[in-house]
Write a protein that binds this ligand. Structure first.
Ligand code: 7RM
Length: 649
């Protein structure tokens, strides 16, 4: 029993989709979901074969799945071109002149690319890559701002069978070196810079610095976003527009094997160097296509906006591949959510009539902190569906999102998935699933999710354990690039033939999955495991709290004590009395066992550039007063320095 993660929060509010939403949705009832889910588990080849058939294959597969754990091949023998499916296909299905991407730059300009225009750009850039000698399976590193050229670069790689590895534009030169040398990239695609919070991010300068250390890159293609004069190394660096002018805009897409590598994306684990997660073509495209269709309920007149950066898997699956395979119109925004102020996202929603909006809980909490005046003063009535991804959403943030952004009428899809899973795995279907704030609800089609204890037994409802996926799914990672051993050790070692996600979770009596958080974020207090996320949720529920991070600190008697870092809302005064009140509040919501032993008030929390709180650093800080581990993914180092001072006081 002491090995199980205990859960103390219970959420009783239930939200069902409106009749009107269900009537027009692709999946309209729970009966329909259950029927399709059953089929997808019992006859995966039939279910996924039907989904895959909606895409364009130049050669049909002979076998839907070949599974020799832990290696899967989907749509064996099939041949397709992923880019053709995202672009060319729409030139002949009535969408040629439909907007594919409506882009807004941070300074305020906007640009629309129809599917026809996108096709032309992608073909031309594919020819640029070919002229530079890029061959199928060559790795190409992409380090770009959020401009359409980032998507065009990815699609052009896919078109010619090259393997892209996108590195988030907020990462340092050092991270570029690590990734270049791991995947041995031949070329880099970058820009002279990108706009972020009013400033210019010097992307090309970072690439130059990285290439002093990693010298095996022959070609750097530079998109001119800013227009400033920058150093260009002769024989290595070329401008995108110069090269494009030299090649035709016509290119016929050749088919590649269904298991042809599509991209490598680096993701950090709890220890060691980032892992190059490898995804392939047919299965990945089918997974992202299908999840967009059912979970975002994409319809032909939707205006979809995912606020992620293309440097994260969310940008790969839910900006580039899934939405474009569905032929939807999407908004893409270059800059920061608070530039020039926290009204920017809502201005964009109003201006382009966004109907489906997908963002992260960390952004939602930032909006809550900034104040209701920003969404209140915009017309958000075009929205019909909201989504979240990246971490558990605190019920209070869920309620705010539901009421303030969704006007109480939009279903929320809380989507659980990972870089490794390629596509959404656990999520409500907006037209049928009853939701409760804080749960990602039920497994998507083809996903056989379960929660197991240490012995491999399935946990009872409300008993916490490890989240596993018991059967292969089309968009699953195929390996860690160049490291099969690490692939097997990291994901397939806990239970025979099953994928371990590294997340702790529980189900409730209705079968909803509640993700507690990464297993290394779990506390053990007096023999009881507590999800840090649950304590955080309790804190955030308090009217004075904007955001919090909870970690364990070694404790003589209890094993671990609970330490909470708390950011209060704008005009709240912090005091010992407030700390005491918060402690009691947590005691009331979860139980005395979860009461933080210490509370530190702080104006900000250490986060990765994608907005994930780095609890590992806080844990180390409270244990030793120092931070020694890898901090290259930290957004702002001064946060740590301030906390150190604070802790000494
Ligand atoms: C898409 C993405 C994956 C980790 C995952 C979880 C956490 C993601 C949710 C979530 C609770 C969610 N890929 N996570 N989505 N936790 N509810 N809806 O974020 O590889 O960068 O991270 O993120 O811990 O394992 S990722």
């Amino acid at each position: 029993m002491s090995d199980n993660i205990e859960s103390h929060l219970s959420e009783n509010r239930i939200f069902k989709p409106s009749k009107e939403f269900s009537k027009n949705a692709r999946i309209k009832s729970m009966a329909q979901y259950k029927r399709m889910h059953k089929e997808s588990i019992e006859k995966p080849g039939v279910f996924w074969g039907r989904e895959a058939k909606e895409l364009t294959w130049q050669k049909k597969w002979t076998k839907a799945l070949d599974w020799k754990a832990p290696y899967a091949k989907w749509f064996v023998g099939g041949k397709l071109n992923v880019c053709e499916n995202c672009v060319d296909r729409h030139l002949t299905n009535g969408r040629a002149n439909k907007a594919a991407i409506i882009w807004e730059g941070e300074p305020g300009e906007s640009r629309t690319l129809t599917y026809r225009q996108l096709h032309r750009e992608v073909c031309q850039f594919a020819n640029v890559l070919l002229a530079q000698g890029i061959k199928p399976k060559d790795r190409v590193l992409i380090y770009m701002p959020m401009v359409p050229e980032a998507v065009i670069a990815m699609l052009a790689c896919a078109r010619i069978g090259a393997v892209h590895s996108v590195v988030f534009g907020g990462f340092s030169a050092e991270s570029i070196v690590d990734r270049l040398s791991d995947c041995k990239a031949k070329a880099v695609i970058t820009a002279d810079g990108g706009y972020r919070r009013g400033g210019v991010v010097p992307l090309k300068a970072n690439v130059d610095e990285a290439l002093k250390k990693y010298k095996a890159v022959d070609t750097v293609i530079v998109h001119q976003r800013i227009g400033d004069k920058i150093p260009m190394k002769r024989g290595r660096d070329v401008y995108w527009h110069d090269e494009a002018a030299r090649v035709p805009a016509k290119h016929v897409a050749k088919a590649f094997d269904s298991e042809h590598p599509l991209f490598i994306l680096y993701t950090s684990g709890s220890t060691g160097k980032p892992k190059g997660i490898l995804h392939t073509s047919g299965g990945y495209l089918t997974g992202t296509y299908s999840t967009c269709k059912y979970i975002f309920d994409m319809q032909d007149d939707d205006v979809y906006w995912c606020t992620a950066d293309v440097g994260w898997v969310t940008g790969h699956s839910y900006i580039t591949y899934g939405p474009l395979a569905n032929g939807v119109t999407q908004v893409m925004y270059e800059g920061a959510p608070n530039h020039p102020d926290f009204g920017r996202f809502w201005d964009i929603v109003e201006k382009y009539g966004v109907t489906i909006f997908y963002t992260a809980p960390t952004a939602i909490r930032a909006f809550i902190k900034a104040g209701d005046q920003f969404p209140d003063s915009r017309d958000l009535s075009s929205l019909r569906l909201l989504g979240t991804v990246g971490e558990p959403i605190n019920p209070e943030a869920w309620m705010w999102y539901h009421e303030k952004i969704g006007g109480g009428r939009c279903p929320i899809v809380d989507t659980w998935w990972q870089t490794e899973t390629g596509a959404i795995m656990i999520s409500p279907l907006p037209g049928c699933t009853p939701t409760k704030p804080g749960t990602a609800t039920l497994p998507f089609f083809g996903v056989d999710a379960a929660i197991l204890d240490e012995t491999g037994e399935e946990c009872a409802p409300n008993e916490g354990g490890k989240l596993v996926i018991r059967k292969p799914w089309p968009s699953m990672l195929r390996s860690i690039y160049g490291d099969k051993k690490r692939y097997r050790d990291t994901y397939w070692n806990d239970y025979k033939g099953m994928y371990t996600a590294g997340d702790g979770a529980r189900t409730d009596r209705q079968g909803n999955f509640w993700i507690v958080g990464r297993l290394d974020d779990v506390l053990n207090v007096s023999g009881h495991r507590l999800g840090t996320a649950e304590v955080e949720s309790a804190l955030v529920e308090h009217k004075t709290v904007a955001e919090s991070a909870v970690v364990g600190r070694p404790h003589e008697i209890k094993g671990q004590g609970v330490v909470a870092f708390v950011t209060v809302k704008g005009n709240v005064k912090t005091s010992e009395a407030l700390a005491k009140e918060l402690r009691n509040h947590v005691g009331k919501v979860i139980g005395a066992i979860a009461k933080p032993d210490e509370i530190y008030f702080t104006p900000s929390l250490p986060k990765t550039r994608s907005g994930k709180i780095m609890r590992r650093l806080l844990k180390e800080l409270v244990a030793t007063g120092e931070v020694s581990g890898n901090i290259t993914t930290l957004e702002d180092y001064s946060v740590i320095a301030d906390l150190q001072k604070n802790l000494k006081k």
